[in-house]
Design a protein around this ligand. Structure first.
Ligand SMILES: *Cc1c(COP(=O)(O)O)cnc(C)c1O
Length: 357
């Protein structure tokens, strides 16, 4: 189904808004869900008319295929309140493209990109009062699609639900994190589903992450499945290092999620004249850089945190500590630049902002 106009999506408004209950100065990530949601079903080989309805539970059977065989994918993106009050959906087409890549990998039906963006547009417009005005806050948007066919047999589902939920989120507190280089468990292998934002990738990462937490770390730094020799990424973030003044990040493989924040940060870094290397980076190289004091920064990048500084990297049981963050660090500069573009303080040269008037 194609929609060239978000206004053609039917809306049933709630008569019990929960907006007044929200303390916008104390938002816990993911806790508050806005008044409305969008639902759209795939049946008989096509996507049907989406609808925007009051947010709430939906009923389903425990025989729903997604629960058994894992056909479930999601996206994570944000809308910002710009300096003059309009709402900016950040890079929705890039997220549409990735949602489709994830859907394809899970043998699920893709969505027309304009249709996807129009659905986002319509929903955010209905709940526009939920887009925070507080500094550093935004509206987090969670598109999700899952198999809904009622069956016990192992098969590709013939029915799906596509839904979009949103919720206000506050500034991410940038307490530097401790990460452990994983040399036993694997998040994703090349040829697997690592590049897809599919539910199973996260379920499978919980246990190794719990073990890392028990050992005193916040996150796992995943390495390649074959040799545990090269850095992949961390949690739900891509990773970047500043070594000898160069910004270095693992090159994308089918085992790494192609982060929109990663792409935005690399683009801005190149524009700032920072030398950028997308290549394999070995655990060994990282340890050497710590020993020689050539590494000055390590950080994760992703929609939720934007930039999350790393304080400690544990390599084979040995903790290496990053120097304290200096003002004017590469990560701070790039983060503020991105922030300025999203809020309209600096020109959007790449067409990243999708503005809802
Ligand atoms: C979502 C995600 C990221 C970050 O992607 P963004 O588009 O920047 O939010 C990185 N790695 C994994 C595994 C993810 O799920």
């Amino acid at each position: 189904m194609r929609f060239m106009n978000p206004a053609s999506i039917p809306v049933t408004r709630t008569n019990q808004s929960r907006l007044a209950e929200i303390d916008f100065n104390r938002l816990e990530f993911g806790k508050n869900i806005s008044d409305h949601m969008l639902l759209c079903a795939w049946r008989n080989g096509k996507w049907h008319m989406p609808e925007i309805v009051p947010y709430g539970p939906i009923s389903f059977t425990p025989a729903m295929l997604a629960l058994h065989y894992g056909q479930a994918v999601f996206e994570g993106m944000k809308a910002f309140r710009m300096k003059e009050g309009s709402i900016n959906l950040f890079r929705p087409y890039k997220h549409a493209e990735r949602f489709n890549q994830s859907l394809k990998r899970m043998a699920m039906p893709v969505l027309d990109e304009d249709f996807f963006v129009n659905c986002l547009h319509a929903l955010v417009d209905v709940d526009r009062a939920w887009v925070p005005r507080e500094e550093g806050s935004s509206l987090y948007i969670r598109p999700v699609a899952f198999a809904t066919e009622e069956r016990l047999g192992l098969k590709v589902s013939e029915e799906y639900l596509f839904a979009i939920l949103t919720g206000p989120v506050g500034p991410y507190f940038n307490k530097p994190i401790r990460v452990k280089v994983e040399d036993h468990y694997v998040r994703a292998a090349e040829g697997g589903t690592g590049y897809a934002k599919c539910a199973g990738n996260y379920g499978g990462a919980f246990y190794p992450t719990q073990l890392a937490r028990e050992a005193g770390y916040d996150q796992v730094l995943w390495t390649d499945a074959r040799e545990h020799k090269f850095i992949d990424e961390s949690g739900a973030m891509n990773v970047m290092f500043v070594i000898n003044g160069k910004l270095i990040t693992p090159q994308l493989t089918t085992a790494i999620l192609d982060g929109v924040t990663r792409d935005s940060i690399l683009t801005l870094a190149r524009e700032e004249g920072i030398s950028v290397e997308e290549r394999k980076i070995s655990v060994e190289e990282l340890a050497e850089a710590f020993k020689h004091g050539t590494i000055t920064e390590a950080f994760g990048v992703g929609t939720a945190a934007v930039v999350a500084p790393i304080a400690v990297v544990s390599v084979h049981g040995r903790d290496y500590t990053l120097p304290p963050l200096q003002t004017g660090s590469v990560q701070e500069r790039l983060k503020s630049k991105l922030h300025a573009i999203r809020l309209g303080y600096e020109p959007d040269r790449h067409g990243w902002n999708y503005i809802i008037k």
